[in-house]
Design a protein around this ligand. Structure first.
Ligand code: ADP
Ligand code: MG
Length: 693
């Protein structure tokens, strides 16, 4: 195309220029022709039409042909070139914040150009900043123009050219058999690739731009299939590792049987089922890698305890790790009550215990006397030497974040004390939406507790504007009067722990004054551990009526007598967080209420979140809505969560493709290993490591 601006001077050392393009392509990871053909457009620009200036709107891209009617280069107070151009329908400003002399030349009054760029609302009407200027009246492209992801100094035309050459060199063979492609109702790989790089005028521009075109579907399918194949391979690899076989003790006086006898309740059928699933895994010779998911209050702890006891009965040590001290402490207390009568010593290890206590704990762990060790990350970060660790249980693992999750599973392998790897059980109260479970967690086995223990009454959720805070205080006083306990959760102040704390302290003060007849406690993340533990103990023992807290109570805390929860500035919390918080009430026989106090005006997203909380208590439904609202990247808690590995597919909208890819992966792995290899070779070049971790 006849680009009039900074045309490189002819006759410059050409070979060098070619080499530079090559280097720039390499920077994008584009080395071979195969790489280039899979470098698909980020978006498309519609350059097929010249638009009248009068029809331009801010925020949209524009292509016009117009005559320069004013032009002004100024150097003070800063260097800037402005111009006004006009067509039959109107005029619009152009602006360059830096410019070359040849650009100033172009903007001589009276010259006519084709101009492209994004329209913005400026101080003196619409303008285009740093427009692309090319000769007017040259032929218009007949179809959409692809715009590729690129890097500094690598222009779209040179990228297009390189890709065009690659398309001529490479045979666009399909990795899949034609019958399969047909059965799946997909386009062939070659057709899809050609279409996406070079759409023809008759194609549905909207579908191309929105990624719903059949060509995009084929590419997304291929990508998801590669992911499924790679995850399945990772699972196989794990199965080739060795773990200690932790047989179930069938005797009636086994530790498990004795715990079950001592409990004041029977396991629900759901708990029984997942306990059996875990038990079977522990008896295999390769390490278990299982996720136990169950809504808040579904009774995961006792399932974990039974797994631990099976392992201990089989002669192994067990480590249970929780993300916060409060939670670890609570597990410790509960497990002590359950296990010590059975003659099992439970050992406590966190980052904050005294050096002396740590020395004692370390000794108990390394000598093997401590059969069950409960603690925080300190368990793995420290130089704790286990004697014969056979099972690692990680509670509320989603709280650790994906990066930590990865390092945990690595550490889990470092735990290996003999020549075997410990079994791993992770527990989560945040159910994973199906599509995510099938993709990023596809290498995990999943057990779900899908029903709550009997006798729970659903929590009534009320949305109340903070203007009616006084009224809510009345409810709190009433609840206290009938002997019930209350959580008051303080707003989260973004990016400021100090402010966070301040609001909690202030709220504590104002509630103490408003409720003179009752005891109001305060707990937050910065309290010393011992104090945190003693506040929680007082609340558990009902010496505290109202517990003001920051989100430290979010996970796992279990006080059945607490039946009212007030969440201030509920609009600032995420959906999963709100669901977790609400799960702290409704654990006893009393009818429970969760009040979501909100401050208007509400953003659209906040309104949707509050609506979801009001409409459902089903953790799976909540998780699905969260995925819809936030997208998988945030849901998984990390930008490097691996979601970025999916360049084309979108888990929020492509769940049908995920299902198809998963089924196809199973089929291909069973019947056509050579196709598996071919497909992975095309799609996973250099990325396997990332997926396997
Ligand atoms: P979570 O799954 O959120 O970790 P917990 O394990 O803390 O839930 O269990 C919540 C409460 O339910 C605890 O008080 C626990 O003792 C109780 N519980 C667990 N299983 C049962 C059951 N089958 N019947 C009655 N209560 C149960
Ligand atoms: Mg729990």
């Amino acid at each position: 195309m006849g680009t009039a601006q900074h045309t490189p001077a002819k006759g410059l050392a050409r070979p060098k220029a070619v080499a530079t393009t090559k280097q720039k392509l390499e920077r994008l990871g584009l080395v071979s022709a195969q790489d280039l053909i899979l470098h698909l457009p980020l978006r498309y620009e519609d350059e097929t039409e010249i638009m009248p200036i009068a029809t331009l709107r801010p925020g949209r891209s524009a292509q016009i042909e117009a005559v320069v009617i004013r032009s002004d280069a100024s150097y003070q107070p800063r260097r800037q070139l402005t111009a006004v151009v006009q067509d039959e329908t109107g005029e619009i400003g152009l602006r360059w914040l830096t410019f070359y002399p040849n650009q100033q030349q172009q903007m001589q009054v009276g010259r006519r150009w084709r101009i492209r760029g994004e329209v913005r609302g400026g101080m003196h009407g619409y303008e285009i900043i740093h427009p692309k200027v090319t000769v007017a009246d040259s032929p218009l492209p007949a179809a959409l123009t692809p715009v590729y992801p690129t890097t500094d100094g690598l222009s779209q035309p040179s990228l297009r050219k390189a890709i065009g050459q690659a398309l001529e060199q490479v045979e666009l063979s399909d990795t899949l058999e034609p019958e399969l492609v047909k059965r799946l109702g997909l386009q062939s790989f070659g057709e899809a690739i050609r279409t996406l790089h070079a759409p023809t005028p008759d194609m549905d521009a909207h579908a191309l731009i929105e990624h719903t075109h059949p060509s995009w579907l084929r590419i997304k399918f291929d990508e998801l299939l590669a992911q499924q194949l790679s995850l399945a391979a990772a699972r196989d690899a794990r199965r080739s590792l060795r773990a200690k076989i932790l047989s179930k003790n069938p005797k009636p006086d086994s530790l498990c049987a004795r715990l079950l006898q001592s409990l004041p309740f029977h396991l629900t059928p759901a708990q029984q089922r997942v306990t059996n699933e875990i038990s079977a895994d522990l008896q295999r010779e390769f390490p278990m890698y299982r996720l136990l998911q169950g809504d808040v209050g579904s009774g995961k702890t006792v399932v974990a305890a039974l797994a631990a006891l099976q392992a201990i009965d089989a002669g192994a040590q067990v480590a249970l790790m929780a993300p916060t001290e409060i939670l670890a402490e609570q597990h410790f207390q509960k497990l002590k009550v359950w296990c010590e009568p059975l003659g099992i010593e439970v050992c406590w290890l966190t980052g904050s215990i005294t050096p002396k206590a740590r020395k004692i704990a370390n000794e108990a762990i390394s000598s093997g006397r401590a059969r069950l060790v409960v603690g925080t990350q300190a368990l793995i970060q420290d130089t704790v030497e286990f004697c014969d660790l056979g099972l690692v249980i990680v509670d509320e693992q989603h709280r650790f974040g994906v990066a930590q999750r990865l390092s945990l599973s690595k550490k889990g392998e470092e735990f290996a004390t003999n020549d075997w790897i410990p079994h791993q059980l992770t527990m989560s109260a945040t159910p994973i939406p199906r599509t995510l479970a099938m993709t990023f967690y596809a290498d995990l086995e999943v057990s779900s507790i899908d029903t709550l223990p009997p006798g729970r009454t659903p929590v009534v959720t009320k949305l109340i504007s903070s203007a009616r805070r006084e009224q809510v205080l009345g409810h709190v006083a009433q609840a206290c009067a009938t002997g019930q306990q209350v959580y008051w959760v303080c707003p989260l102040v973004q990016e400021s722990e100090t402010l966070d704390l301040q609001t909690a302290v202030d709220t504590h003060l104002s509630l103490t004054q408003a409720l003179p007849d009752y005891t109001v406690g305060l707990v937050h993340g910065q309290l010393p551990t011992a104090e945190k533990a003693s506040v929680m103990k007082a609340f558990r023992e009902a010496q505290i009526n109202v517990l003001v807290s920051t989100t430290v109570i979010e996970v796992g805390v279990d006080v059945p007598n607490a039946s009212l929860m007030v969440i201030e500035h509920a609009e600032r919390f995420g959906l999963a967080q709100l669901h977790q918080l609400r799960g702290r009430v409704g654990r006893g026989v009393a009818k429970s209420v969760c009040v979501l106090l909100y401050q208007t005006p509400l953003s659209m997203l906040a309104r949707e979140r509050l609506r979801a909380m009001y409409e459902t208590q089903d953790g799976f439904e909540i998780a699905q809505r969260d995925l819809d609202l936030r997208g998988p990247g945030e849901l998984l808690g990390s930008k490097q969560s691996g979601v970025t590995l999916l360049r084309f597919a979108d888990l929020a909208t492509d769940s049908a493709l995920v299902v198809a890819a998963r089924e196809t992966a199973t089929e291909l792995r069973a019947k056509a290993p050579h196709i598996v290899e071919r497909h992975l070779a095309r799609w996973m070049r250099g990325r396997e490591d990332f997926l396997r971790s």
